[in-house]
Design a protein around this ligand. Sequence first.
Ligand code: URA
Length: 449
Amino acid sequence: MSHDVGTSDQVEEAAVIDAISVIRTKRDGGELSDAQIDWVIDRYAHEHGNVADEQMSALLMAILIRGMSRREIARWTHAMVDSGRRMDFSGLRRGGRPLVTVDKHSTGGVGDKITLPLAPLVASYGVAVPQLSGRGLGHTGGTLDKLESVAGWRADIGPDEMVEQLERVGAVICAAGRDLAPADRKLYALRDVTGTVESIPLLASSIMSKKIAEGTGALILDVKFGSGAFLKTEDLSRELAETMVELGESAGVITRALLTDMNTPLGRTAGNALEVAESVEVLAGGGPDDVVELTLALAREMLDAAGLGHVDPADNLCNGKAMDTWRAMVSAQGGDPEAPLPVAAHTDTVVAEESGVIVGLDAWDVGIAAWRLGAGRAVPGAAVQAEAGVRIHAKPGDRVRRGDPLFTLHTQTAERFATARAALRTAITLGDAPGIRPPLIVDRVTVGA
Ligand code: URA
């Protein structure tokens, strides 16, 4: 969407805007005008020198505290889209027929490897899945970090290669180019060090600016809540989901969201190579129940949005077609899908100190342990260990006896075990009886619902 040039009043207003007046407007609880938003994003993204990091930090904190109206969020998002290049997949063809594009985004969680089986699964039905992904920061892993544990695999591919791969294979998982919503790159780095990540307007605009700029036809969002997610409560994640669905739909992207529980890690692994191995199990028709459940639920939404609501995605997990697409997708980006995954030099097992039934397994604690073992990074650009992570032996509902293994810790650097063990000290809650397991998928958010 391109912005209107503006009335003569708006043009006049833009001529007198400065960073301090924008900060004061939001600090005092006012609404930013379209001209103020366009000005501040453009000046910050393109380093004209009019908006310094400390001024943008103050504005971000004012937004976190004061919030934004839906109009402000929409304008802020589109100003971020307009800060860079838009991709266009409308010309994709296979066998002379146009290809529909559908993407998925997860707000991030512990053990969330769903993109890995999901992208090839959906592509195996003839839908194009352009998945521009990121690297992890903090306790949640990044999809690119996970895939980089496959020998030879490259995250950086150019737009022409991406189009060729989408037409031939159907799925691409790669790094977003630097010119896609560049305002978001700068803002995200600043939010990360100023305690302003958890603002719903800033989360929604950050995620949706990249997805709108990417040019996908449809988008399915996995919006998480709970201890391992950015947002801790279901209500907040619902507000984020509704905001993003509205932003997507108003930009012409079919957008739907699932609200999912991230109090417990997904699957039985957290860490890069460990999660790739678990994803391959799912593609082979096995894998943990929760990973399979969420993969299939998101696949159904993606296929439905692409006009294929009648197919059952479980079929291609069982008959090997999703696995064939995975192999083709990995090979197309230089990876060897048959190569053994890297294995940690050191492992250490945490055992149960008491007997009982597991009634809680805290995603945050497991994420921190995996991060401390070397699976994640503390600063952007730092290296991660492909081999590091946590294997989970028992999940909520399982009965354990004193001495049974709960976790196996994996790392290349054995001195990390002590701090990882410390993170896991409170991870497990034991009870006498299993109790009722909360649903993994708690709701579906669509436009106007
Ligand atoms: N992922 C994003 O792309 N942006 C955020 O703000 C948080 C997670």
